[in-house]
Design a protein around this ligand. Sequence first.
Ligand code: HEC
Length: 114
Amino acid sequence: MKYILFLLLPVFVSAQSSFITQMEYSSQLYKNPRGIGCQHCHGEKGEGRLVAKYIHKKEQKSFQGPQINNLDFAKFYKALNMRKKGMPRYFLTKKEIQALYFYLQSMDKEEVQQ
Ligand code: HEC
């Protein structure tokens, strides 16, 4: 009987350590989505981010990622499945898009001040 416990213990321990919460998974996917992390253009919380300012034809321009933590799921999903100007294409699964949405919804919704 003692033997069985001894044999099962490592399985139990490794099952415990491989468990990550939905929040940990979603936050990691947001920062490392098989490509450049969303936070570089949309901010840590999806609040929007000014990426660069530059001069084009003597005009001051800026490149920024819009706020994305205030969209409904349909809009969010659609945006990730079409070509966007200035944004890389990711080819994420529906589950991954849901995880990203979950992450952004749990953030506070303050828009970045620029
Ligand atoms: C290189 C910069 C960049 C990265 C990285 C990036 N985006 Fe974007 N994203 C943009 C820009 C710029 C737009 C606005 C495009 C437009 O107006 O057509 C945008 C638009 C969006 C929109 C639509 C917003 C709206 O109001 O319709 C969503 C949703 C979005 N991005 C989500 C993401 C997610 C999720 C990731 C990571 C998987 C990501 N983006 C990574 C630059 C980026």
